[in-house]
Design a protein around this ligand. Structure first.
Ligand code: NAP
Length: 284
């Protein structure tokens, strides 16, 4: 038996007794490939969280379309994904600006003609920040963040849903990357927080419309995750943030990807219209 302590001071600690074998099982041993034979499309797949999602999905038996505004990053990721997790696994990279409806339609068309079917999993991970205080924020910074994060998520969700419905895809799963900033707001991020709050409303509405067709739609809200997006945050702010996070550290992209794997798989088959926070307890 192991003893895992949760919390701060010794007196307040709760102690949970965990059987070593059950821990091993929960960590993946014996669970099998959760996405065997599935086709997944991941926007923003060329970097950070999106990249990690592509890697985790490929290791779990999915063929992955890595879509990103940077075609070089997308193809570099696609070329390095696992291909030995099942038969007929084929990855593909494509360039897309998710805020451009024609480019999004082209991406879906290209995917369908290459694979002969619609993806049954889609993840909207493409996103940007353009931070500044609300009182001095340029209109263009507001517009661009809404265009990529919110309109982009809408355009991809819409185009993928149409393709899934036309093809009668069973067990469809759409996963949108929101942010804990969308739930609680953040200084310097009124554009970003608004876009991510919008993503949650979009997700819940899409879930309600699609549920009867066997397509689920959920959001994942990361907290403070180590990716190129947070690389430029000053060290002073990073250490202040770490003090606020109950887990005491930033998250890894793979920890967000594992939540997406759960939402993509049949293990979450009755879960739709909800959000999973991956924050180490920040603002829980
Ligand atoms: P990232 O490393 O910057 O990855 C985002 C990817 O999206 C990049 O490859 C980026 O390309 C691409 N992209 C940007 N604009 C695009 C467009 N118009 N069309 C298609 N692709 C585009 O950021 P990340 O940290 O992995 O973030 C992934 C998602 O998680 C985002 O939606 C983000 O808002 C969300 N999130 C992240 C955190 C965090 O702490 N990292 C926290 C909460 C939520 P370029 O690099 O060329 O711009």
């Amino acid at each position: 038996m192991n003893v895992i302590s949760i919390g701060g001071s010794a007196r307040m600690l709760s102690k949970i007794f965990v059987n070593k074998n059950s821990v091993r099982k929960m960590a993946g041993g014996g669970v099998g490939l959760q996405l065997a034979g599935r086709l997944a499309l991941v926007t923003g797949g060329g970097s950070g969280i999106g990249r990690s999602i592509c890697e985790v999905f490929a290791r779990n038996g999915a063929s992955v379309v890595v879509a990103d505004i940077s075609v070089d990053n997308a193809s570099q990721v696609a070329n390095n994904l696992a291909t030995d997790s099942g038969p007929d696994i084929k990855h593909h990279s494509c360039s897309v600006d998710v805020g451009d409806s024609n480019a999004v339609k082209q991406m879906v068309k290209e995917t369908m003609s290459l694979y002969g079917r619609a993806p049954c999993i889609a993840v909207n991970s493409a996103g940007i920040t353009k931070d500044s205080f609300m009182v001095s924020m340029e209109e263009s910074s507001f517009d661009e963040v809404i265009r990529v994060n919110l309109k982009g998520t809408f355009l991809v969700t819409q185009a993928i849903s149409v393709a899934m419905l036309e093809q009668g895809v069973e067990r469809g799963s759409i996963i949108n990357l929101g942010s804990i900033s969308g739930k609680v707001g953040n200084i310097g991020q009124c554009n970003y927080a608004a876009s991510k709050a919008g993503v949650e409303g979009l997700t819940k509405s899409a879930a309600k419309e699609l549920a009867l067709h066997g397509i689920r739609c959920n959001a994942v809200l990361p907290g403070f995750i180590k990716t190129p997006m947070t690389e430029t945050v000053p060290e002073k702010v990073v250490s202040m943030m770490k003090k606020m996070i109950p887990a005491g550290r930033m998250g890894e992209p793979s920890e967000v990807a594992e939540a997406c794997l759960f939402l993509a798989s049949d293990q979450s088959g009755y879960i739709t219209g909800t959000t999973i926070e991956v924050t180490g307890g920040l603002f829980a």
